[in-house]
Design a binder for this molecule. Sequence first.
Ligand SMILES: NC(=O)c1ccc[n+]([C@@H]2O[C@H](COP(=O)([O-])OP(=O)(O)OC[C@H]3O[C@@H](n4cnc5c(N)ncnc54)[C@H](O)[C@@H]3O)[C@@H](O)[C@H]2O)c1
Ligand SMILES: O=C(O)C(=O)C[C@@H](O)[C@H](O)[C@H](O)COP(=O)(O)O
Ligand SMILES: [Zn+2]
Length: 367
Amino acid sequence: MNVTHVRAATHTYNVYVGENLRHWTADYLPKTYPSILIVTDEKVARYYLEDVKRSLSQKHVAVHTIQSGESAKSIDVFYELQTKAIEFGLERNSLIIALGGGVVGDVAGFVAATFMRGIDYVQMPTTILAHDSSVGGKVAINHEQGKNMIGSFHAPAAVIYDVTTLATLTEQEIRSGYAELLKEALLSDSAMYEAVMANDLSALTSEKLSHQLISGIDVKAAIVEADEYETDQRKFLNLGHTLGHALETILGYGSWTHGELVAIGLLFAIWVSEKIYGVKLPYNAIYRWLKSNGYPLKWPSINSETIFTKMKSDKKTVSGTIQMVLLQKIGHPVMCEIDDRHMLSYLRTFQNELLSSNEQGGKQHEK
Ligand SMILES: NC(=O)c1ccc[n+]([C@@H]2O[C@H](COP(=O)([O-])OP(=O)(O)OC[C@H]3O[C@@H](n4cnc5c(N)ncnc54)[C@H](O)[C@@H]3O)[C@@H](O)[C@H]2O)c1
Ligand SMILES: O=C(O)C(=O)C[C@@H](O)[C@H](O)[C@H](O)COP(=O)(O)O
Ligand SMILES: [Zn+2]
């Protein structure tokens, strides 16, 4: 088992990564809690809920199972969970366990952040993507006009990541989660980037995957430790998300996965970086890797103006100007202010280039 200690400015907690940890949940909780509410989703419940319940058998435990998928990051599910917490009798010293992927973690975490003005919660991630979402304390629900618009920072009391649960993920969810690993690699260094790109997702061993998840968690933890509340370098963790979040909102939550759209957003960020800084980044290699691993790299049927308008409501926009995370080279992210005229033109040209490379089966892109 691997333990990463996250020592952020105002919170310290452990991230445990290992096999079968769900059978020993009580051993990894930071303290004893008189009552616990487990929040999970209907798919995860089928596979793993009983194991977690059994591992807490001596406690006062209730379960609330929400629908599976992005649509659960809603004000209705948030309210439903608050009602459950009140009716079950959760108190200030109680615990919420978020057993599931990023959706369960984000909505249950936001309930924990706000119930009685904040109680403890523990993340038990069950997706590859949730190596990212379970660390760092960003919790939120969506507004129909914008992704994660209603939320808070609320650090977990611990993260218990049982990597054996990843065996039941679909190929699409493996791809989605791996996009965030690619993001962390691009923020980190060439060694991690090469290691991530060296894998064909259909042949990924659980040993290699665990190793890479730990690297991803370490990258994320280091950034969160340096800037817990995103006043500065934590913004870099949004690489690929300016476009990704806009598309997710416009397409309707859950019609594409978060990671699939982050993957397109990463390509766009790299493409814009090459244009603005005149640098050569591995656009072609990443395009080919994504393509050969089955990522849907088609441009969704939305025009650039609509996407541009949505991008302007990104959380990093300052005084109406889009601030986008770009790369000067691998491991060197920068924040770049992009005026409206340039951003619109980048979106249009990138859309056309992506379309034509898809038609030609991945034509080499020229800087
Ligand atoms: N808070 C953060 O820092 C942060 C970071 C990245 C992403 N996110 C958020 O995370 C969400 C995406 O998370 P996700 O990709 O984990 O989605 P998810 O939670 O919807 O899980 C994806 C799907 O896999 C199923 N599933 C989960 N675990 C499974 C398992 N072990 N076996 C089989 N099926 C399983 C779920 O039921 C769901 O259908 C987005 O809302 C995104 O905004 C948050
Ligand atoms: O932890 C962070 O900080 C991130 O930006 C991680 C992202 O992968 C994640 O999708 C996050 O929820 C986006 O945050 P937001 O503030 O842009 O909603
Ligand atoms: Zn993300």
